[in-house]
Design a protein around this ligand. Sequence first.
Ligand code: PGA
Length: 251
Amino acid sequence: MARKKIVAGNWKMNTLPAEGVELAKSVVAGRGEVCECVNFIVCPPFTHLSQVVEAVKGSDIAVGAQDCATEAKGAYTGEIAAQMIAALGCKYVILGHSERRQYYGETSETLNKKMAQAYANGLTPIYCVGENLEEREAGNHFAVCKAQIEEVVFNLTEEQFANLVIAYEPVWAIGTGKTATAEQAQEIHAYIREVLRSKFGAAAEECPILYGGSCKPSNAAEIFAKEDVDGGLIGGAALVAGDFLAIGKGF
Ligand code: PGA
């Protein structure tokens, strides 16, 4: 069985509500130019999730949040619960993005709780892993990704694992214009799948593993052509509808 092909846009802290709606509508308008086999997901800021859900209504474009709280509800000022995200009509949530790990101190412990909240509310996590430059240069990228998977993904049930997307995002390639070569991406994606296989067996063959890190129309096709790369988690290029869609044409 062929794995799901996914192109997900992580808008990060960009777009005002009206701009986000405009961007989502442009993606919907151009979607027909790209193979139906590609699953598009857009992940706007919390403030306009509901307007973007409305803007993509009637299309096959899914909406995701960029994070969720560790707790279900209650006195957690400033937090957004997975239940709230799901209630808006979102299907996905990005968890463990390197910017959250790096700037907001997210650990495997926090992420285990967030994953549990996501699943409890029917959201599919897009769980991010990846090494920084120092770790890559020291040859530790395999060990770093393995630990990030073992400490979180290995706690999932088989049923939860069947509903998981993984994104490999080398921190040194995020927003830097530097991209992992297609060979580097394939090498580590295959490794990640092997780690997943050691725990979940054949189900690992079904798990989409996305590449993220300066993925753009000019390099998407080469990266997506690799056997274990099932799409991309796109930052900067997801803010331009034409580029985001053109990345989908990379399949
Ligand atoms: P980038 O970001 O495409 O701007 O490098 C990717 C990401 O962080 O998800």
